[in-house]
Design a protein around this ligand. Structure first.
Ligand SMILES: [Zn+2]
Length: 193
């Protein structure tokens, strides 16, 4: 923790870079990814402060849209689309994902019931052709597509897509190489970005 504190102490010594941020934010992209510490969206994309609106959840799960209870994830997505007017949404899964791995293996998560119940949001548990593949690449990629489908069911997303004001992207990030793969609709496969 101490190195992080040390960096935070010196971080604000560049006031000229941050002053304009007081005027507000107008990010063009909502970036939805896993909470995993190995995935650093600003590092991957080179985004500067104000450029990426982020939603991070265990397993980059997009919960089903519901209005009968408060949901932080739904609120974040709605705000990004309706208020900020983002033009692109990226759902980025990653290799070696603990959440997707637990789903694929059917791990017993009774010791962490909040995690168990959250992952139950993940609709169909992704299967893997090779369940011992440590990257769980295939399962993560399928999982990303499931979350994109969920996203399409959000009324605000559906509307902006119909208006041609929004694009959705499925990414797969390799934590061990730094490479990003993007889902291509034409071939229905993930290919190097
Ligand atoms: Zn993960």
């Amino acid at each position: 923790m101490q190195p992080l504190i040390d960096n935070a102490r010196t971080f604000g010594r560049r006031p000229e870079e941050f002053a304009r941020l007081a005027d507000g934010q107008s990010p063009q992209v909502l970036f939805i990814t896993c909470s995993d510490s190995r995935v650093v969206p600003a590092l991957i994309t080179g985004a500067r402060p104000g450029e990426l609106f982020e939603l991070r959840t265990a397993g980059n799960i997009v919960p089903a849209h519901a209005t009968d209870r408060p949901c932080g994830e739904t609120a974040t997505i709605e705000y990004a689309v309706q208020v900020l007017g983002v033009r692109d949404i990226v759902v980025c899964g990653h290799s070696h994902c603990g959440a997707v791995g637990a789903l694929v293996r059917g791990d017993d998560l009774d010791a962490v019931p909040a995690v168990r119940d959250w992952l139950a949001h993940a609709a169909d548990a992704p299967s893997a052709a090779d369940p011992v593949d440590p990257t769980v690449a295939e399962a993560v990629q399928r999982h990303v597509l499931t979350q994109l489908l969920r996203l399409r069911s959000y009324p605000c997303v559906e509307q902006r897509l119909a208006e041609g004001q929004l694009r959705l992207h499925g990414w797969y990030y390799e934590v061990h190489t730094g490479r990003v793969h993007e889902h291509r609709a034409a071939t229905d496969s993930f290919e190097t970005l």
